[in-house]
Design a protein around this ligand. Structure first.
Ligand SMILES: C[S@@+](CC[C@H](N)C(=O)[O-])C[C@H]1O[C@@H](n2cnc3c(N)ncnc32)[C@H](O)[C@@H]1O
Ligand code: SF4
Length: 356
């Protein structure tokens, strides 16, 4: 689903974008959600905080029935697309059941996985499930570099096999999910991106997304010169890269990126509108406006114990929307570029309707 197009085609959303900046209480529609299915993981990625939460009992995670009921409730509120992540989602034994339920509700379902557990059976069930996109996390063309970043020897080989298995099943069936790759760009792998692009192109990967590393460790963040050099290669990568990076827009943004600040309010999109259309739900049901805001913004509450119809007016949500609407966002919003394309699409749509 192209959210940009959905926004532009939907007059209700254009009105929402127009009002949002003036009125944090403007009614809104939850269109997209990301749900963490588990905190558990079989890898030990250097940049990831989640596996360090491994001690958190899985009994606190939502059941498949909880997730099914939650999705049905969110569809009533307008949900169109759900993204499953984790931890490693394929560690869940009831993963297929969860995906089947989401697809049966008419949702576009996307998955992000490290792909190491994607065997032949899983490739078959994924293709049969009619899931829309499977994004594999692959951080380097060189196995040794990827394994060092992912904290487990042999991880690259297992992920690559997962990619090949899914593509093979897609080919056999003549249809299947979009096979995508996510790459977290940090100082240790940024020079490897050209080689990775060539490898992904040769393999027939359909979409590639670069995620700038979010970390407090300054030594893991690319320098502004490294970001600028990466930008020089961007035009060659355009056929694969679905989204560019905000850090490429100006030398100033590259300097801010080197400090971990990926979001610079632009004249095109001065406010992040994610809290007006997106929801992030942790494995235990705790809800936030977005993944970046998890545990750094006030939680909306737990979706298992609240009436979902109350979500749009929930007090915690109002505080977050008010901070954005007033131009004084939470500090974490400066580190995030996750929704820049959606924000710009919403702003453009709002301006168009203003001009009419
Ligand atoms: C948390 S993982 C969960 C799904 C799955 N285990 C995987 O690795 O794909 C979701 C995505 O976040 C990325 N990620 C993890 N830590 C990150 C960080 N510090 N900064 C940016 N992206 C990060 C991962 O590479 C992955 O593409
Ligand atoms: S594989 Fe995913 S969840 Fe696991 S440690 Fe790495 S980024 Fe985190």
């Amino acid at each position: 689903m192209d959210l940009g197009r959905l926004i532009e085609e939907n007059p209700g959303l254009c009105r929402l974008a127009r009002r949002a900046r003036q009125d944090p209480d403007a009614p809104f529609t939850i269109l997209t959600a990301k749900i963490k299915l588990t905190w558990r993981c079989n890898l030990r990625c250097r940049v990831c905080a989640l596996w360090r939460l491994g001690g958190r009992p899985e009994s606190q995670a939502m059941s498949a029935a909880d997730i099914g009921a939650l999705l049905a409730g969110l569809v009533r509120l307008g949900l169109r697309k759900v993204h499953f992540s984790g931890g490693e989602p394929l560690l869940r034994e009831d993963f297929d059941e969860i995906v089947r339920r989401a697809v049966s509700l008419g949702l576009q379902v996307n998955l992000t996985t490290n792909g190491t557990l994607l065997d032949k059976d899983r490739a078959r069930t994924l293709v049969d499930s009619r899931i829309h996109t499977v994004a594999f996390s692959l951080d380097a063309a060189q196995a040794k570099k990827h394994d060092a970043l992912r904290g487990v020897e042999g991880a690259w080989g297992m992920t690559w096999k997962g990619i090949v298995r899914l593509q093979t099943r897609n080919q056999a069936k003549g249809r299947g999910p979009v096979v995508a790759v996510n790459t977290v760009v940090c100082r240790k792998n940024i020079e490897d991106m050209g080689a990775l692009f060539s490898l992904l192109k040769e393999r027939g990967i359909e979409s590639w997304r670069l995620l700038p590393v979010r970390t407090a460790d300054k030594k893991l963040r690319p320098t502004s010169d490294q970001w600028a050099r990466l930008k020089d290669q961007w035009s060659d990568w355009r056929p694969l890269l679905t989204r560019g990076l905000t850090v490429w827009r100006s030398p100033r943004q590259a300097r801010l990126a080197a400090k971990g600040r990926y979001a610079v309010p632009s004249p095109v999109a001065p406010t992040c509108l994610a809290p007006w259309f997106n929801l992030f739900i942790d494995a235990d049901g705790a809800a936030y406006p977005c993944c970046t805001g998890r545990q750094t913004m006030p939680a909306y509450g737990n979706v298992l114990s609240m009436n979902l119809d109350d979500l749009p007016s929930f007090l915690g949500g109002r505080e977050i929307r008010a901070s954005l609407a007033s131009g004084h966002p939470f500090e974490v919003c400066r580190t995030c570029d996750e929704f820049h394309l959606e924000n710009e699409a919403l702003e453009r749509a709002a301006r168009k309707t203003e001009e009419k």
